[in-house]
Design a protein around this ligand. Structure first.
Ligand code: GLU
Length: 481
């Protein structure tokens, strides 16, 4: 019978500080599911004053690329997930895995196997014929074969009994050993398999808390068996349900943006994506909005949910708007400068930009939208939207605009209060409603029918710019009617 370790008791005895890790395989960009796993591990380490390790699982040399490593590191950095140790690279640790393979061979827990692919295929077929799972039949298990060039190393799974996973999220799961077979821990080229490398790393890096996607639940009995064979304490396991799309299928390209970089490019704030991803599998009452500091204070394993998180782009955008509103102006300015430059607006740090951002902060759901809304502040060549022309640029509006121009000329100090009075004087003179003046002026200044407050924008643009734009608009209307 196999010994069952009870995760929590053992860990608490063994270690007083929490050590978590994020071990991505560098075979693609950092996607939101991986980012959430990283976040949970990072938050838990921060919450517990522990340590968070980054490890790159690059033993699959055909699929691993430096580009992916870079993309993953950049994604983590952008999200503000700092690691305390690493990145370690599995490809640089092959000797360590080999020494652990040797330990298992020496203690009789593992053996060399020289069965050919064809033989293994035949065994699998036979098992299926006998109504069992396709599996290796243990042919080399008791042969005591020596190491040879084409030999793999297999782990001896007990024929009978069970292995139990006590998971923080999944609770108690019992695995029958008859469902498993003697799985490979080292390939013939000397490379470790995932299940083996991961436990050797977690053991040697003193990782005591493993938070990962529940797609790894089926690997866990194999990993537990390896810990037991090496007489090492088990980590605490928390297997988090996958992130699904709105149609309840596993999140994929079909559901839209997936990679952390894509969200960055959409103008999502890292704080918003962090908040959204954490809430996608963890909760603290009904609270939706969290700063990073609050997440660190409140994060706990026990509040990880057992239901899959549904990724909803609309909700992320709404949360992003809330984070934009809660951000410091100076922070937003820093993020906006490159975005504004990209669209040809010559923005630089200073009070002008601060005022611009202040008017847009409550009106923009993404930074991209904010940049687009800020465009009119930077370019005198205002492009009038068609429907704005239709609605507001009528012959009746030109005398009102001209009357306002007269008033603007006379303002000595160009501030919101004086501007408001100027508009009111035109209302009194002409007897029209405020909107009938404000709307054509808005279109003249911004090209659009919706913008920040009219007095605010005139003050920011300043007397010369505002007046010349209004003059241009009057000319435009006269030419087109
Ligand atoms: N490299 C594995 C993955 O990306 C790590 C799984 C684990 O956390 O053990 O899925």
């Amino acid at each position: 019978m196999i010994k069952v370790h009870h995760n929590h008791e053992k860990v608490n005895l063994m270690s007083d500080s929490i050590i978590t890790r994020f071990p991505p395989s560098p075979t693609g960009y950092l996607h939101v599911g991986g980012a959430r796993t990283a976040l949970f591990n990072w938050l838990y380490a921060r919450h517990m004053n522990g340590k968070f390790i980054l490890r790159i699982e690059d033993t699959d040399t055909k699929r691993s690329t430096q580009e992916s490593v870079d993309a993953i590191l950049q994604g983590l950095e952008w999200l503000g997930i700092e690691w305390d140790e690493g990145p370690y690279f599995q490809s640089e640790r092959i000797d360590i895995y080999k020494s652990y393979v040797q330990k298992l061979i020496d203690t009789g827990h593992a053996y060399y196997c020289t069965c050919s692919e064809q033989e293994i295929e035949d065994m699998r077929q036979e098992a299926v014929k006998a109504g069992k799972n396709p599996k290796y039949n243990g042919k080399c298990r008791e042969k005591g074969l020596p190491k040879t060039d084409n030999a793999v190393v297999r782990f001896k799974v007990p024929y009978t009994g069970t292995t139990v996973l006590n998971d923080v999220v999944k609770k108690h799961i019992v695995f029958q050993h008859t469902e498993l077979d003697d799985f490979i821990i080292q390939r013939s080229d000397g490379m470790p398999t995932y299940n083996f490398a991961v436990i050797v790393d977690d053991i040697t890096m003193h990782v005591n808390t493993v938070i990962r996607g529940d797609d790894h639940v089926s690997n866990t009995p194999k990993q537990i068996l390896l810990y037991n064979a090496l007489n090492e304490p088990l980590p605490t396991y928390a297997h988090v349900p996958m992130v699904l799309g709105k149609d309840k299928t596993r999140l994929s390209k079909r559901h839209g943006a997936m990679s952390v970089t894509e969200f960055k490019d959409m103008g999502i704030l890292p704080e918003a994506l962090v908040n959204y991803l954490v809430r996608l599998g963890w909760s603290h009452g009904d609270q939706e909005f969290f700063t990073k500091q609050e997440l660190i204070e409140k994060f706990s394993l026990k509040n990880i949910g057992s239901a899959a998180g549904i990724f909803d782009h609309q909700k992320l955008i709404a949360l992003n708007a809330a984070h934009i509103q809660a951000s410091d102006i100076s922070y937003l300015c820093r993020l906006m400068i490159p975005l504004l430059n990209q669209i040809g607006c010559n923005a630089e740090q200073g009070t002008f930009l601060e005022k611009v951002i202040f008017t847009l902060q409550k009106r923009s759901k993404t930074l991209i939208e904010m940049a687009d809304n800020a465009r009119f502040y930077y370019t005198d060549a205002v492009v009038y939207e068609d429907q704005a022309i239709q609605k507001c640029f009528t012959p009746a509006s030109t005398p009102l605009m001209a009357a306002l121009l007269e008033q603007l000329k006379q303002i000595s100090e160009f501030n919101e209060k004086n501007l408001e009075s100027a508009f009111h004087r035109v209302v009194e003179q002409t007897g029209v409603k405020m909107n009938q003046i404000a709307q054509p002026i808005r279109v003249a200044l911004t090209g659009k029918t919706a913008s920040p407050g009219i007095f605010e924008i005139i003050e920011i643009l300043g007397q010369d710019k505002a007046m010349s734009r209004i003059e241009k608009a009057i000319m435009y209307i006269n030419e087109h009617h």
